[in-house]
Design a protein around this ligand. Structure first.
Ligand code: ADP
Ligand code: MG
Length: 281
């Protein structure tokens, strides 16, 4: 057994600040997220619009640089995007001129040297992923021939194809109708449970945050900081469909606690329940 206590956190922020010109998007962000070979954390970020959630995700992705402080991945300062981090956006995540199979193959061919897979090995891996996200029979279709949910399935398969250890998702299901969103939530939780990457997801929905993740960060109004890091009260949901999970008592309690924390950061905290006070102070 390797000594995991000797491993650096997979993602760590040390006093991270990002400014755009005169304005500060996030300031003084500190956290550590650990990963073991059989477990990556699933973190959901929620908070008022404009508080810096996308900015933080973009720093982790290597698309935006720190103005002050550090963002470390595996103990090293991030200097740009890398195959270890895959990003899934709300829309436009797939290449419109490539069909489903070609989209999934794309990432693999770019990194074929690192991945060390033959042509047929890549094809087999792509087919496995297409099956995994429920798109068998659609391999030759182009994004415009697919529904929004199917397009997000392509984006997930394409991103997973290069086996990133960190998945970054910025409001991935916001553009989807409710039944499709629930299907996608279940798909992602089950993928996470089996593949165990570290996942950061931004969402507007408290229910979605509680269902997906095991740790919820609530951002304060800009310049953003992590006002609450809630983990112990978030129940596991792997293998449980969203509508079933939502009926459970511990799930409802977690939704209440996160909702009240959200109210506190926007200055509406007169309704704190005993359960929420116990967690939030
Ligand atoms: P959120 O995702 O929480 O809604 P963002 O991270 O997108 O918030 O934005 C945080 C703040 O930083 C906002 O005030 C936004 O206008 C500003 N901002 C984000 N990206 C840029 C950019 N590239 N240039 C200038 N300002 C930006
Ligand atoms: Mg955003």
């Amino acid at each position: 057994m390797p000594d995991l206590s000797a491993q650096p956190p997979i993602v760590e922020a040390r006093n991270l600040t990002v400014r755009f010109g005169e304005s500060t998007a996030i300031t003084g962000i500190n956290f550590t997220v650990q990963q073991t070979p059989d477990h990556g954390e699933f973190v959901a970020m929620i908070g008022p619009s404009g508080c810096g959630k996308s900015t933080l995700l973009n720093v982790i992705a290597g698309l935006v640089s720190a103005s002050d402080g550090d963002l470390l991945v595996n103990g090293e300062a991030v200097s740009g995007p890398g195959r270890d981090r895959g990003m899934i956006f709300q829309q436009y995540s797939s290449f419109p001129h490539l069909n489903v199979m070609q989209n999934v193959l794309f990432g693999m061919s770019v990194n074929s040297g690192e991945l060390n897979l033959s042509h047929s090995g890549r094809h087999d891996r792509a087919m496995d992923l297409i099956r995994e996200v429920g798109l068998v029979g659609h391999e030759r279709k182009y994004p415009h021939q697919l529904s929004g949910g199917q397009q997000q399935r392509v984006a997930i398969a394409r991103t997973l194809a290069v086996e990133p250890r960190i998945l970054l998702m910025d409001e991935p299901f916001s553009a989807l109708d409710e039944p499709t969103r629930l299907e996608m939530q279940e798909l992602v939780v089950n993928l996470w449970y089996r593949v165990h990457p570290t996942i950061f997801v931004i969402t507007h929905s408290v229910t979605e945050a509680v269902y997906l993740s095991e740790r919820v960060w609530i951002f304060s109004q800009g310049p953003g900081q992590i006002a609450y890091d809630i983990r112990d009260c978030i129940p596991p949901t792997a293998g449980i469909p969203p509508l079933v999970a939502q009926q459970k008592r511990d799930f409802k309690e977690a939704v209440q606690i996160v909702t009240e924390a959200f109210r506190k950061v926007v200055g509406d905290d007169q309704t704190a329940s005993p359960a929420a006070r116990a967690v939030l102070g």
